[in-house]
Design a binder for this molecule. Structure first.
Ligand code: GDP
Ligand code: MG
Length: 162
């Protein structure tokens, strides 16, 4: 069993994570990055941007028929957003676990939203919800040459032999 684990081939994934304007303004950037970094995930892209409203509407296109869509897009475009791409095994699903439920009232303690936010309209962070959205969101927010490719020095210690 141990041998299987040590021999496993790495199944790297990438996900799009963004600290929304409320998280940036509340000084939570380092706290949030630390949680992803400490877990062992690898940062491959990062930038601070103020998205236009049109850009926010593209990002949240799937929610265009929801009553809160306009307010949500106004909010996302109201200030700097820290856009990031994180890489690692299972990072899409586990990133969502680190983030917690959409409504911070329902997020478990220990999660980012559970520990650091109170209301759904100011839940401080976004994370892709599946492989397709991850791909689309990374392509929307980043140009290919903004995504780095490197081997982390800690990889062999985080994953073992492979
Ligand atoms: P997420 O993937 O957990 O961020 O949740 P969704 O994709 O369902 O919604 C996107 C964002 O819209 C959420 O993170 C919230 O900021 C916002 N949102 C979702 N549901 C509501 C709601 O019922 N009311 C308001 N005001 N905002 C909401
Ligand atoms: Mg979502």
């Amino acid at each position: 069993m141990l041998q299987d684990q040590e021999a496993h081939a790495l199944q790297m994934e990438r996900t799009f994570i963004a600290i929304k304007p409320d998280g940036v303004q509340r000084g939570l950037i380092s706290e949030i990055i630390e949680r992803f970094e400490r877990k062992g995930f690898k940062l491959v892209a990062i930038k601070l941007v103020v998205p236009s409203k049109t850009f926010a509407q593209k990002h949240y296109y799937d929610l265009k028929d929801r009553p809160f869509f306009n307010g949500l897009c106004n909010f996302l475009s109201s200030g700097p957003v820290l856009a990031m791409v994180w890489e690692g095994e299972g990072v899409i699903t586990y990133g969502r676990k680190l983030i917690g439920a959409t409504d911070p009232q329902k997020s478990e303690p220990g999660t980012i939203r559970g520990d650091l936010a109170i209301v759904v309209g100011r839940n401080i962070i976004h994370g892709s919800d599946g492989p397709e959205t991850a791909k689309n969101e990374i392509n929307l927010w980043f140009k290919p040459d903004e995504l780095t490719n490197y081997t982390s020095n800690q990889e062999k210690w985080t994953y073992g032999e492979h």
